[in-house]
Write a protein that binds this ligand. Structure first.
Ligand SMILES: Nc1ncnc2c1ncn2[C@@H]1O[C@H](COP(=O)(O)OP(=O)(O)OP(=O)(O)O)[C@@H](O)[C@H]1O
Length: 647
């Protein structure tokens, strides 16, 4: 393998800084101290003297050889704020004094924290600007600019430079060879992370779990002294998690790099973690693992190691299985020789609650994109053939050997606007792609859910009814299968009022009022809820600028957007990743129908005519289970291109 001179210079730069270690002003203690915050408060830059600190009385010392996890439990993304504090994005007052400063081990070696401390955060979205970008791009023909393979992404300098026609295309003078040592490290890590077979695939084609592992690999290859990994396990399948944890443990033990793990309060704590910083609101409790876990158990009831058992569901008592909404028969998706889905059949009916499972790369997102109509191959799945002469019907009878029927229609007959309002979705791709315009309020974002829009529409920001709903009502089917009214039509006033009521309901049931009550252990009081006079907390939240919210709250708002319109079919793909424990608990209970709604039209949660598909690698995150929801809860497993209902 070859790298360019640019990379060589980069290595030289590092070597130079490392040779500088002689200028250190530290002693042995400094070398042994990784992080040092004696006692300080943390503020946003620009905050005034009397501003409320983000963290108060923060005392945190990390010593060489210790293994730390930062556990976040608050809804404000405090864990990420603590990581960002280490990255210099907030003001520490008083700042840890020189000569050691915040990172004594770096200062005493003359190393620059700016380049030696890095982070990979999975709570964060990829930068996408203010506009919506096409997140379905990966399913179609790969654009030239997206052809970058995983290998090239790891070593961008190996991409041959563009040459003028008169230049020799085989001229390799610009390229130099990667050292054997580098290659060994790379090959080892690729094998440990199970990425070998994807090295020559376009980066954009990798599944979520594969992309996450690739991002960690890239960060490790840069060889920082300290790597902050925020929620590295979310989105990884059960097999991949222990493998990744073992790899991270090995790297940490060898200090290439030292690693601090960011975990959610309900994630399992790896055995090798011996110290914990537990973040809740402005308070950070730090210390050895046992003492911190003891304090939390006695205090605010935070650490459980896993989610609480959910309350008894009201789902099964009121839900009956109804009409077929989605009908897939002998579905195939293939890229070149690579078969992703092969002869797959699946039916989704009204009232069903599905858990879609399968290892990373087994095709869950691909299947979902076929059903939402985003995948170009969703148009090509219907193949008719004339039935044989044994058919009881006339010779014109046509049967399908393979088909994809969405609400009793082939994909090509359903306008995309209609599908967007008929299938509500929350997924990592949507979270990354959803536009962040500062003028968009929380209300606006939730209101886009009715018609599946990405920008607010309609006078009251609850859509204009353009998408409407697909119905399985036989009378309405004759009118094209759509129900609902459009802005300007008879019936719009009633529809608009219903929509406004629904926005208030999801805000109340899943928003700050509900988090507050769940945190204090109180039942959410439905009698205090009124659409005409929502609580100040709910009202203020509805007016906030969406992009200014902490990321966990943005996730909840996009979940509200998926639930607000009561679409016939809802996909919840990895919705809990990046949310804190309280938000997950509140949302799960709401989905199980444990929200005592005041509105007759709603019933809270999801209705008996709706179907829900949850995609997650974490069993305990699924709101329904076999025992309590038998009859409506089912599991569909993907593996080796096939799919089957698991008994
Ligand atoms: N354009 C493409 N070319 C080649 N392979 C592709 C392409 N797009 C997707 N794939 C492959 O299809 C497989 C299925 O990907 P998909 O995202 O559906 O998996 P997934 O089950 O959702 O995984 P995860 O649990 O990691 O989210 C992956 O192995 C992926 O690399």
């Amino acid at each position: 393998m070859q790298i360019s001179k640019a990379m060589n210079r980069w290595y030289s730069g590092r070597t130079f800084r490392r040779f500088n270690t002689g200028v250190g002003h530290g002693n042995l203690d400094s070398q042994e101290t990784i992080i040092n915050i004696p006692n300080a408060s943390v503020y946003r830059f620009g905050d005034g003297k009397y501003a409320q600190p983000l963290f108060q009385d923060l005392t945190w010392t990390v010593k060489e050889g210790e293994s730390w996890a930062v556990i976040g439990s608050g809804g404000g993304g405090e864990k990420t704020v603590l990581f960002n504090t280490l990255l210099g994005r907030y003001r520490i007052a008083p700042h840890p004094p020189p000569p050691g400063g915040l990172f004594p081990f770096l200062s005493c070696a003359g190393l620059d924290p700016y380049s030696e401390v890095s982070t990979v955060s999975f709570g964060h979205r990829q930068p996408a600007g203010g506009a919506f970008y096409d997140y379905s791009a990966r399913y179609g023909a790969v654009h030239e600019e997206d052809r970058l393979t995983l290998r090239q992404h790891m070593f961008p300098q190996t991409i041959p430079p563009l040459r003028m026609p008169y230049e020799d295309p085989n001229d390799t003078r610009e390229l130099v060879t990667i050292s054997d040592e580098e290659l060994t490290v790379f090959d080892d890590l690729v094998a440990q992370m199970g990425l070998g077979q994807f090295l020559d695939l376009p980066l954009i084609a990798l599944s979520n779990g594969q992309t996450r592992r690739a991002r960690i690999l890239k960060a490790v290859l840069k060889r920082p002294q300290l790597l902050l990994l925020d929620e590295p396990l979310t989105g990884l399948d059960i097999k991949a998690r222990p493998l990744l944890l073992r790899t991270l443990h090995n790297l940490h033990a060898k200090k290439v790099p030292r690693i601090i793990l960011g975990l959610r309060a309900h994630d399992a704590l790896p055995d090798w973690i011996d110290h914990v910083a537990y973040v809740r609101g402005p308070t950070v409790i730090t210390g050895d693992r046992d003492s911190v876990l003891r304090k939390i158990e006695h205090g605010s009831g935070g650490w459980h190691g896993q989610s609480k058992k959910p309350e008894v569901s009201k789902t099964s008592s009121k839900t009956q299985i109804g009409e077929v909404l989605i009908d897939l028969k002998n579905i195939k998706v293939q890229y070149g020789d690579r078969k992703v889905l092969d002869q797959l059949s699946w039916q989704i009916r009204q009232g069903e609650r599905w858990h879609l499972v399968g290892e990373n790369g087994s095709g869950k997102t691909t299947l979902l994109s076929l059903i939402t109509g985003d995948h170009p191959q969703s148009y090509t799945q219907t193949r008719y053939h004339t039935s044989d002469s044994n058919s009881s019907n006339s010779s014109n009878t046509r049967e399908t050997s393979s088909h994809l029927q969405l609400f009793s229609q082939p994909r090509s007959r359903l306008p995309t606007t209609l599908l967007r309002s008929a299938i509500a979705i929350m997924s990592p791709e949507l979270f990354d792609a959803f536009p962040r315009r500062s003028s968009m309020t929380v209300w606006d974002v939730i209101g886009t859910g009715f018609d599946g829009d990405f920008v607010p529409k309609g006078k009251r920001s609850v859509g204009s009814g353009l998408g409407m709903k697909v119905t399985s009502d036989p009378d309405l089917m004759r009118r094209g299968g759509y129900e609902g009214a459009m802005e300007g039509q008879d019936g719009w006033g009633k529809e608009e009022n219903w929509r406004i009521g629904r926005v208030w309901e999801v805000l109340h049931a899943l928003g700050p009022e509900a988090w507050k009550q769940a945190d204090t252990g109180m039942q959410l009081d439905s009698s205090s809820f009124s659409q005409s006079s929502p609580s100040d907390l709910t009202l203020d939240f509805s007016k906030m600028s969406f992009p200014s919210l902490p990321l966990p709250q943005q996730r909840v708002v996009l979940l509200m957007r998926a639930l607000v319109g009561q679409a016939p079919l809802i996909f919840l793909d990895e919705v809990w990743s990046g949310m804190d424990e309280t938000m997950v608990r509140v949302a799960r209970e709401y989905l199980r129908g444990n929200f005592p709604s005041t509105s007759k039209s709603s019933g809270g949660g999801v209705g008996p005519n709706q179907a829900v598909v949850v995609i997650t690698h974490w069993e305990e995150e699924v709101p329904w289970n076999r025992d309590e929801d038998s009859g409506v809860f089912k599991r569909f497993r993907l593996g080796g291109g096939k799919g089957w209902v698991e008994e």
